[in-house]
Write a protein that binds this ligand. Sequence first.
Ligand code: 3EB
Length: 330
Amino acid sequence: MSVLPTVASPAAALRVDYVDAPASAVLADPRLLAVFGFGTAIAVRPDDPRYLHVALPAHGPAPLEAWRVEAEVTHGRDGDIVWSTGGGLQFGALEVADDGDIEAAAAAAYARLQDWLAASDHPHPLRIWNYLDGITEGEGDAERYRRFCVGRARGIGRALAPGELPAATAIGHPLTTGRFQLYWLTARQAGTPLENPRQVQAWRYPRQYGPQPPGFARALLPASSAMPLLVSGTAAVVGHASRHDESLDAQLDEILANLRSLIAIARTRRPGLPMQLGPGARLKVYVRDAAALPQVDAWLAAHLPDVPRIVLHGHVCRRELRVEIDGCHG
Ligand code: 3EB
């Protein structure tokens, strides 16, 4: 592991954009850290470590999600991991076959990630995404999301302190892919995990939600003030309970209250963050029921008209949760 003088490196900066352009044009930028293509009908999947296909179906033609930094990016492959590095940040991704034992798949993937981080000069996870098949299949503690939480904790191999939890998303594929997909953004410098006063810390969820509480923070504020606030998958959870089982719009209202609460908390530490979700925010929206995609899109157009969004068909990790939103704010 190389020890570099941090004084020599400028503050990390990340720009996230949703772009309507061919992936080849986006990849031509030497400062492109990563680009994501969403959907099941994508014909062109460039063979570049910075390109990642996420198989969640999109509502309409989804733009690409581009991550750009303020320095030239290097990239490569290390066995099963694709990676890119630049401007104080590192992107990485990994897929593990999931033959039905999601606990084993998650344990293998997270053990590999831990080894990778231990050898990396960008060892601090800021943000992690988990996409798995059949997230709410199985009953009780055999439900796949609960087994995933057990495997994730086993793969990490030690209890993370609250101060080292990353922001995260865990979403289910509506169609079977046979793979567990994990990708991450890490930094040279650790960030500050944030919790939401409206919600119980996920790592303190009571036993009724499974044997292993999920290890993530509600949001993360990177060390560099040139970085946006990174927001975890946020659902209509208040305290530890799901709210408004019967109403998609009421769940969206509750999510917006959760997002506003997180922004208020983040602003106590970084007053320069915008007060409201606006043109500087980016939201990725996961909707359980494909038939509800237009309703969610319409709600977003009405309530957050100036926030760029990508709306995807994906399953939230509790059956009664109809929608979840992650993103960034800066
Ligand atoms: C929740 O509030 C919704 O297991 O990594 C959101 C974000 C959720 C991340 C994870 C789970 C995870 O509990 C679920």
